[in-house]
Design a protein around this ligand. Structure first.
Ligand SMILES: NC(=O)c1ccc[n+]([C@@H]2O[C@H](COP(=O)([O-])OP(=O)(O)OC[C@H]3O[C@@H](n4cnc5c(N)ncnc54)[C@H](OP(=O)(O)O)[C@@H]3O)[C@@H](O)[C@H]2O)c1
Length: 273
């Protein structure tokens, strides 16, 4: 990758699960080098154990933010206001960097109050980003122009697919694709247990269930067909699949999963308050 295609100086503020996944993806894809990627941590000494294997330097957040063109807020929603206050007081926002927040439930209007004059982008990645198979939804906030969104698209593109939506959908995105991996893990565990009950070794059952989910998802994305139509293909009249599907519908699986996403989305909207 040529020098001009790489990210400008970027500070990752918060180096937990998501901050580390983002750093690993950016470095692996060559979109950033350790020279331009800074780690801003509340406890730099503790962060060093994770930063040094990536050849990154951990420092206090205001030091990391000073002069950086992009700041990524990767702290818990409740920590965003305190972090931005610290940056403001240290003058680390005076150069008006692009601020990309991945914090669930934190609106760009509230970020704009706390980071005046900065261009703001909100993003919602998910944990499969750690292995480059995630999905991130981005949305523009105050001050964000096309080139800012392009930077965010390139940044999260290192970690999987990127979609752009209006901010009004971001809590729903959090409930669907942010929390979604946990829901799928539960479904996979439950499906595997059905096979374990019939005597299949647990590890084989889990691998089979995971590969089924992978194949079915790729089939849906590749064909663009509706899930109901794909389901019809495997549902022979009087066969075993229709018998299994009816048992699932008896357990109200459809509304249970839909309500799970809806409930997670509602809670996401309350996380920052
Ligand atoms: N995990 C997910 O699946 C997921 C998915 C999408 C979006 N998100 C969003 O990503 C954000 C981070 O989540 P996470 O799972 O990575 O959380 P995490 O593992 O708890 O990491 C958060 C990190 O932020 C650090 N921190 C707190 N205050 C700080 C400050 N003032 N300056 C610098 N660092 C500070 C914490 O340091 P200490 O160790 O010192 O507390 C911790 O290392 C959240 O807002 C979440 O909503 C998460």
């Amino acid at each position: 990758m040529s020098e001009e295609d790489r990210l400008p100086v970027t500070a990752l503020l918060g180096f937990g699960t998501m901050g580390r996944a983002l750093a690993a993806g950016l470095l692996a894809k060559g979109l950033a080098t350790p020279k331009v990627l800074r780690v801003g941590a509340r406890r730099p000494d503790a962060a060093r154990a994770h930063a040094e294997p990536l050849e990154l330097v951990a420092m206090p957040p205001d030091e990391a933010a000073r002069g950086a063109e992009i700041l990524v807020l990767a702290v818990k929603p409740r920590d965003v206001a305190g972090l931005l206050q610290r940056l403001r007081e240290a003058g680390a926002l005076d150069h008006h960097p692009l601020v990309i927040s991945i914090a669930a439930g934190v609106r760009t209007a509230s970020l704009a109050d706390q980071a005046p004059g900065c261009a703001l982008v909100r993003a919602m990645p998910n944990t499969p980003c750690a292995i480059g198979k995630g999905v991130t939804v981005i949305c523009a906030g105050p001050g964000a122009e096309a080139h800012h969104l392009d930077l965010a698209r390139r940044m999260f593109g290192c970690l999987g697919a990127v979609l752009e939506l209006d901010e009004k959908h971001m809590d729903t995105v959090t409930g669907l694709s942010g929390s979604g991996p946990a829901f799928i893990y539960l479904v996979l565990e439950a499906m595997a247990e059905g096979a374990v009950m019939r005597g299949m070794p647990r590890a084989v059952a889990l691998e089979l269930a995971a590969r089924v989910a992978l194949g079915a998802s790729e089939m849906l994305l590749a064909t663009g067909r509706h899930p109901a139509s794909l389901r019809d293909d495997v549902t022979t009249p009087a066969g075993c699949t229709i018998a299994g599907l009816l048992a699932l519908e008896d357990g109200r699986i459809r509304s249970v999963l839909a309500r799970g996403v809806e409930t997670a989305a509602k809670v996401a909207g309350e996380l920052a308050s």
